[in-house]
Design a protein around this ligand. Sequence first.
Ligand SMILES: Cc1ncc(C[n+]2csc(CCOP(=O)(O)OP(=O)(O)O)c2C)c(N)n1
Length: 366
Amino acid sequence: MYKPFTEKPIQKVGEDGRKIGRWTLEHSETQLRALHRDMLRARVFDDKLITLLRQGKTTFYAQCSGMEATQVGIAHGVRSGHDWFWPYYRDQGVALALGISMRDLMAQCLGMAGDLNKGRQMPHHFGVKNFNLASISSSIANQVAPATGTAMAQKYLGTDEITVCTFGDGATSEGDWHAGLNMAGVNKAPILFVCENNQWAISVGVAHQTASENIAIKAKAYGMPGYYVDGQDVLAVQSVVQEVAERVRAGEGPALIECLTYRLGSHSNADADAEKRYRNREEVEEWKNRDPIARFERFLANEGLTIDADEKAGMRAEISRELDEAIAWAESTGEPHWPTMFDDVYAEIPPHLIEQRELVRAEQEG
Ligand SMILES: Cc1ncc(C[n+]2csc(CCOP(=O)(O)OP(=O)(O)O)c2C)c(N)n1
């Protein structure tokens, strides 16, 4: 059983790809390859979206490059399609690893008619009903209290689902975050909070975010365990998430997991990172050398499962083809039809909106 409140992050595999401590690998080759493939898919998805931004096909994107072990470990540690998710905007790696299709994500990012949310959300803010994944909010920590509410409902209904709520380190300074964790602790709600601590909140470094020794320790104040995990170690993240999620499911109450990771790319396309305004390149280079995909590849090689450069290039090409197909499909669905902007908010559309709809119709259909 993993211990909460450790001084150092929990690890299973070191930088050199060697096992840390004594443990037996229980994954099949298929499971190991799935972890690797999902991390690579997240990375290639990021690369493609940067191209789409440059082509002007979308207007907003926030990369998860560098954070793949954290995101894929989270997704592989819970029950996809069963548990409920209140993620944050950088979670495309989680979404892909849960099994959400590239078509669905791409149609959302491009704001096309084929988007599950009808192209009405800000790009890169998806919501996927059949995966119990709530619509993403740009407002930091906005998801935390509703996530606790979802978990309270799950407890009340007596389901064996749990809720998973993710956020960045910056979110932990928001009032909503404290309210949500407090309410979860008091009500023993079946919720797993996961902080993807990538050490920056746009230009604010984590040392300026909190005086606590880490984020995990904050759980103590809300009466729940806090686990501090190496977020570059996919097996450690998956293993801790899995064990803690099952304890949450068994009725032990909420828990907080902090995954220590790093954002390699800019905060979003609206960021001064490239101008080196707030972090130096040495730091970025240092974390590039701690690439979670490379670390896992070293581990796989040590376990006799070498993925060589050719095989990896082939995998990247295959993922890229899948993405191109998703883009072509999304574009083929066309622009969202304007009347949908009046749908789905009210059960009965109020008179002032009917009036506005008719004004737009007159303009559109002249
Ligand atoms: C309530 C609120 N305040 C400020 C912002 C502006 N903002 C957007 S992202 C961000 C940083 C969030 O950092 P963090 O939670 O660490 O997540 P990261 O983006 O680093 O993954 C801020 C301050 C916002 N969107 N919402």
